[in-house]
Design a protein around this ligand. Structure first.
Ligand SMILES: Nc1ncnc2c1ncn2[C@@H]1O[C@H](COP(=O)(O)OP(=O)(O)OP(=O)(O)O)[C@@H](O)[C@H]1O
Ligand SMILES: [Mg+2]
Length: 241
């Protein structure tokens, strides 16, 4: 079942194009990867999906409902969760309190938010660190917490923005295993520079440059596409040392 459908998305900032006639979809249980060099427009595309940035043209459909003009708040309630390129927990609050705040979002007292928060902490491997201040957690756990906060909203669509950045190879492996476990329950769109991690999870990849599609299809084919190779050979990307 198609959860996200984007058609002919367009957006410029003056001379900079961040989306040029982009169309893509994500179905329940599926992961669409998005790659492209720094400044290609990837995060801006997420900001349009979440309602934080208005497209100049195009439509965004969530579960068959046109949300192109809908507020970020209403999209969250409609089932959109995201993680941020720079993790943004409430640093003084514990991991549990951070997840509880997300679990309770839009809900009522007594609707099971506490149990939901505990269950998401379990699922993301954070149960043992639940009572630690979020700001004191090591990077991999802060990434787990980003996932936990997004999953606590019980999203239908999960947007991941460069969640693998800055981790060691072993940590990337752990994160990939966790993302694979979450994948059946959501439609996922994952922006990532750590392309081997992305290729291990994504069903399809969309490559963009200057906001425009340069290749799309199966991960292996996209990673071998001459237009993609040309950009990645000349770009600084997060490859393990
Ligand atoms: N609100 C804004 N106003 C003006 N320019 C912006 C705005 N937001 C982003 N840009 C510009 O749009 C371009 C794309 O930015 P964006 O953050 O979407 O790139 P990105 O593909 O996510 O890059 P990275 O891989 O570095 O995260 C950049 O040149 C950026 O400076
Ligand atoms: Mg970005």
């Amino acid at each position: 079942m198609q959860v996200l459908s984007v058609r002919n998305l367009n957006r410029r900032f003056g001379a900079i194009t961040v989306a040029q006639d982009l169309s893509f979809d994500a179905a329940m249980g599926e992961c669409l990867g998005i790659i492209g060099p720094n400044g290609a427009g990837k995060t801006s595309i997420f900001n349009m999906l979440t309602g934080n940035l208005k497209p100049q043209d195009g439509t965004i459909t969530l579960d068959g409902r046109d949300v192109t003009g809908a507020s970020p708040h209403s999209r969250t309630l409609a089932g959109l969760g995201r993680t941020y390129q720079v993790p943004q927990p409430f640093g003084q609050l514990t991991a549990y309190e951070n997840v509880l705040a997300a679990a309770a979002f839009g809900g009522k007292a007594g609707d099971g938010a506490e149990a939901r928060a505990r269950s998401v902490l379990d699922r993301t491997g954070l149960a043992a660190r639940a009572d630690k201040p979020a700001g004191s957690l090591p990077l991999l756990d802060r990434k787990r917490l980003e996932l936990a906060r997004a999953m606590a909203l019980q999203p239908r669509l999960l947007l991941l923005d460069e969640i693998a950045g800055g981790l060691t190879e072993a940590e990337v492996g752990e994160l990939v295993a966790l993302i694979r476990e979450l994948k059946p329950d959501v439609a996922m769109v994952w922006i990532e520079h750590v392309t081997h991690a992305l290729s291990a999870v994504a069903d399809r990849i969309l490559a963009i440059n200057f906001g425009a599609e340069i290749a799309s299809g199966l991960p292996d084919a996209v990673m071998r596409d001459p237009a993609v190779l040309e950009i990645y050979m000349g770009a600084v990307i997060d490859v393990p040392a």
